[in-house]
Write a protein that binds this ligand. Sequence first.
Ligand SMILES: NC(=O)c1ccc[n+]([C@@H]2O[C@H](COP(=O)([O-])OP(=O)(O)OC[C@H]3O[C@@H](n4cnc5c(N)ncnc54)[C@H](O)[C@@H]3O)[C@@H](O)[C@H]2O)c1
Length: 264
Amino acid sequence: MARVQNKVAIVTGGASGIGLATAYALAKEGAKVVIGDFNQEGAVLAAKEIEGFGGQAIATFLDASSKESIKGLVEKTVETFGRIDILFNNVGLTDLKKDLDVVNLDLDEWDRLMNVNVKSMVIGCKYAIPYMVKAGGGSIINTTSMAGFAGDAVRTAYGASKAAVVNLTKYIAVQYGKQKIRCNAVAPGLILTPAARNNLPESILDLFMKYNSLPYHGEPEDIANTVLFLASDESKFITGQTLQVEGGHYIANPSVPDLSTIMG
Ligand SMILES: NC(=O)c1ccc[n+]([C@@H]2O[C@H](COP(=O)([O-])OP(=O)(O)OC[C@H]3O[C@@H](n4cnc5c(N)ncnc54)[C@H](O)[C@@H]3O)[C@@H](O)[C@H]2O)c1
């Protein structure tokens, strides 16, 4: 039997990057997938692609900054497939022109990122959990980021919002565990999505490679496979955890490269 056979999964931000790879991975393993995205055209293309390889999927417009839109996504899922088993809260973003150091940070950007990166996940859970309880359980996976674990010169709001997601994940796991609802998070390091490939200069990619413990970059499928594991019953005793999928970029003492040079 496939790993998530006949389970019903919502994927937010499923039109591209990590969400798209995860929608494919879930569908290939038997899930019925609902793709919600601001980019409706991309979501429709993704659903068609899934149908093309024999999977089941529908696409719907989602504005993750709107409570009504998120509620609509949940209701459409239940109307179409009758239940919800998996919720992948994946939408998240930042604007590097506005999300700066704390003195120069645009405070409206702070509010926007908290709204889209954290509150959207709270709202998704608020409306999906009662259906999961009815279905006898479920698995929620939230996308955080390694930016939620370490400080940076900029991206203050993004980092704080992603740190909030880590603890939100534990709260949900504690509150609904007895109803067999698990909640975990995945924390990607740099993942070479098409957007990252197109926008990041070679020098930055080289820098990440230099500090990764592994000799390669992360790809959307690396996150998709982690989410698939957390969505499936293979992880049935794991809840409240954040799996860091980051190539060993953040595991070493930062002085290791310099120490290695000194020690020869
Ligand atoms: N790519 C990375 O290196 C990386 C690293 C760490 C964390 N992440 C996190 O992974 C998640 C996915 O990122 P990605 O790199 O795949 O990005 P992406 O830009 O490739 O995909 C994001 C998707 O979300 C959609 N979206 C954006 N805002 C939306 C909104 N308000 N409502 C509905 N849909 C919206 C976009 O249309 C897009 O399809 C995010 O939470 C991001 O913070 C990514």
